[in-house]
Design a protein around this ligand. Structure first.
Ligand code: ARG
Length: 430
């Protein structure tokens, strides 16, 4: 109503045409009440719909981005409608997730603190990108997400969204209301948000690269995770099995002698390695926001692919490439974890990583057995391994006499330093 009166009055004011159109445009932008919400269909994002409608008086467009979480997307659409969203968008981003994000992480041996395969962290910049695209298409004035103020995901979403469009308004209802679980449930009840199976025991996040499980009784770091929390990893004794992964320039191209897309390879390995009980990570993790947290992951495909890739690199890269790449990998993983996917340094690091992958082609053989796996064979046409040098058999081509001079030079400073310290007096030694 205010908008109509404003535009009407503007039109009759004695202003130039240019000023009139600017004022009308500003009024339209200011009155834009459309917000695009990243919507999973869970309790947090359902509460967000109500907050945006009731407290912010906005029209909510919910958007679900499918990164392989295998949810019931029809049920999510229905829920959005039931909550009164003006529109729901479902984006199938599985292929893009795997080909642009997971693929990079494989080449980078992406593991945060040496353990976490970054599943959630890798999906966030992609989800942010999709939400921003819908916002642009819909001409929305704001975007929203259901992150709390205690986690990493708010950092990832906020930085990604602002990097894509610094002028966008970002609303984080759960963070803004400072909601705890109890208060959130009370708010949900008051606002008729269905609670059917929502009062979950744990907080989970799933995509094709892995599943994170936290909170509830798992907050006690001494407590062994109960079997019921796992869905990919099985705890049944079955006979050992072999697995072969084929790489071409650092990219998995096939498994068990079958060529497959990366998406299908990951699906295949989540089942095959998962049924041997492979893929669990249980560790204490340092969040970006200064909190230590106990995290449990199940990621059978990620664990086996990363271990195979790393093993193959060990065969084909020089020790100099390997030791420098390790520094780059640690930095890369830290950046992705910390919400800096869109920082130019991440891309710079990727250029280095890409340059190292030209020779990372070959096959790795693994054995899966009772919850563990190990690499039992590897081969590549770019192998730097020379059996004729390494062998202890009599056909060795390695001239052992060369070693003596080398050791003398290699250890020269160490020997001199020790000689000097032996000559130090008791006083000087202290
Ligand atoms: N700690 C992991 C990360 O920050 C996983 C978070 C998963 N989220 C969840 N709601 N359980 O990437």
């Amino acid at each position: 109503m205010f908008l109509i009166v404003f535009i009407f009055t503007t039109m009759f004011l004695r202003l130039t045409k240019k000023y009139k159109s600017i004022m009308i445009w500003v009024a339209l932008v200011m009155s834009n009440k459309k917000v695009v919400l990243a919507f999973s269909g869970g309790l947090d994002t359902s509460v967000c719909v109500k907050y945006l409608q009731n407290n912010q008086k906005m029209d909510v467009i919910t958007t679900t981005v499918d990164c392989g979480q295998e949810d019931d997307f029809d049920a999510i659409r229905k829920k959005s409608k039931m909550l009164g969203a003006i529109k729901h968008v479902n984006v199938d981003a599985k292929k893009e997730f795997v080909e642009k994000y997971v693929y990079r992480s494989i080449r980078a041996n992406g593991l945060y603190q040496g353990k976490y395969p970054l599943a959630t962290a890798l999906a966030r910049p992609l989800i942010a990108d999709k939400i921003m695209k819908v916002a642009a298409q819909e001409g929305a004035a704001a975007v929203a997400h259901g992150c709390t103020g205690k986690g990493n995901d708010q950092v990832r979403f906020d930085i990604a969204m602002s990097s894509i469009d610094p002028s966008i308004k970002i609303i984080a209802p759960i963070r803004e209301m400072n909601l705890t679980r109890d208060r959130e449930l009370a708010y949900a009840k008051k606002n008729n948000v269905p609670l059917n199976d929502e009062i979950k025991k744990y907080s989970t996040d799933t995509n094709i690269w892995g599943r994170a499980i936290e909170a509830g009784q798992l907050e006690d770091p001494w407590l062994e995770p109960p079997e019921e929390i796992f869905s990919l990893v099985k705890n049944k004794m079955i006979p050992p099995e072999y697995l072969e992964i084929e790489f071409e320039k650092g990219m998995p191209m096939g498994v068990d002698n079958k060529k497959m897309s990366l998406l299908d390879i990951i699906r295949y390995l989540n089942i095959k390695a998962g049924k041997h009980g492979v893929g669990v990570v249980d560790h204490i993790e340092d969040r970006v926001v200064g909190i230590k947290t106990r995290e449990i992951y199940e990621a059978p495909a990620a664990q086996t692919i990363l271990a195979a890739h790393k093993d193959l690199e060990q065969l084909v890269l020089t020790k100099h490439e390997l030791s420098f790449k390790q520094l780059v990998e640690d930095k890369w993983s830290w950046m992705v974890y910390s919400g800096l996917w869109f920082d130019p340094l991440r891309e710079d690091l990727d250029r280095f990583i890409d340059a190292t992958q030209n020779r990372v082609s070959g096959k790795v053989k693994m054995k899966l057995q009772n919850g563990s796996f190990r690499v039992v064979g590897r081969k590549s046409k770019y192998s730097l391994y020379r059996q004729t040098l390494a062998t202890y058999a009599s056909d060795s081509v390695f001239d052992q006499n060369l070693a003596k001079g080398f050791i003398e030079l290699w250890g020269m400073e160490t020997v001199i330093a020790n000689k000097l310290s032996k000559n130090l007096s008791k006083e000087e030694r202290r």
